[in-house]
Design a protein around this ligand. Structure first.
Ligand code: IPD
Ligand code: CA
Length: 257
């Protein structure tokens, strides 16, 4: 992977871990928080990436008024798993995806607690460090599926709850780490077989979508169509064997309101 990006992510992670007891602020949605560490890490990433990639634009979680253009744009989640971070659960990561023409071209996710750097470049495979990643080939009835609870959107709670009840009999079990990008890296590495969340933001899934696809998996909207990077969407990722089946099962549950 690009040495500059690797160094920037590792330094950003040291800054994040320096905040042992960060101040926490409510963002307005249900249980939606930002800490002073999120803000500091984002400021560091914006400054360092602008220096390393002159002319690049930015679309970042803790910023206002940024939109996605057609040039090289970094889509940034300074801390994915913010609640995990301030609850000291040691399960958060820094996610930086780069899109051009609104499609991801490279990206990286750094988990400082396990010292794992996940990265991918379009057409060149996905890796954790030097180890090439491959999705599983597990069938639906044996599948371990990552689940995001869309915690900031109370209008989706009933749908998420119904999904758990109706999908569980068709799979082996669910998992939820509290960090969508870490859940998605699990799919890329074949440690789980799919992941969905009824609403996710581009910074949660941008780098991870490329990593899953480059590991041989598929990503798309739960409701059909491609992944978009300029707005929130119902995001689905899975190994190629179960993607269509899982998507159909989720669509059926959504229709059963
Ligand atoms: C959240 C986490 C969580 C997911 C939420 C995300 P944040 O990101 O990825 O797993 O369920 O939808 O917003 O807010 O901690 O960056
Ligand atoms: Ca975040």
């Amino acid at each position: 992977m690009d040495k500059a990006l690797d160094g920037i992510l590792r330094r950003a992670a040291r800054l994040m871990l320096d905040f042992e007891n960060p101040q926490v602020f409510a963002k307005g949605g249900h249980a939606d928080f930002v800490t002073e560490a999120d803000v500091a890490v984002q400021a560091f990433l914006l400054e360092e990436l602008a220096r390393a990639y002159p002319g690049a634009a930015f679309f970042a979680e803790e910023a206002e008024g940024q939109t996605l253009g057609d040039g090289l744009t970094f889509i940034i989640d300074p801390i994915d798993g913010t609640t995990n971070f301030f609850r000291r659960r040691r399960c958060s990561a820094i996610s930086v995806g780069a899109v051009e023409g609104k499609m991801p071209v490279f990206g990286a996710i750094y988990d400082p607690y396990r010292d794992e750097m996940y990265h991918a470049e379009r057409g060149r495979g996905a890796y954790c460090g030097d180890v090439r990643l491959h999705v599983s080939d597990t069938p639906m009835e044996k599948a371990v599926i990552g689940l995001g609870s869309a915690p900031y959107y109370s209008e989706l709670f009933e749908l998420t709850g119904r999904t758990v009840g109706r999908l569980l009999p068709q799979i082996a079990d669910f998992r939820r780490t509290g960090s969508a990008c870490i859940d998605l890296c699990d799919v890329a590495a074949g440690r789980s077989d799919g992941h969905f969340e009824w609403r996710l933001q581009p910074w949660d899934y941008c780098a991870a979508t490329l990593i899953v696809e480059e590991a041989g998996g598929r990503c798309g909207s739960i409701l059909g169509g491609e992944v978009v990077y300029d707005r929130a969407m119902p995001h689905l990722a899975a190994n190629a064997r179960i993607f269509d089946q899982l998507q159909m099962a989720l669509q059926e549950i959504e229709r059963q309101q």
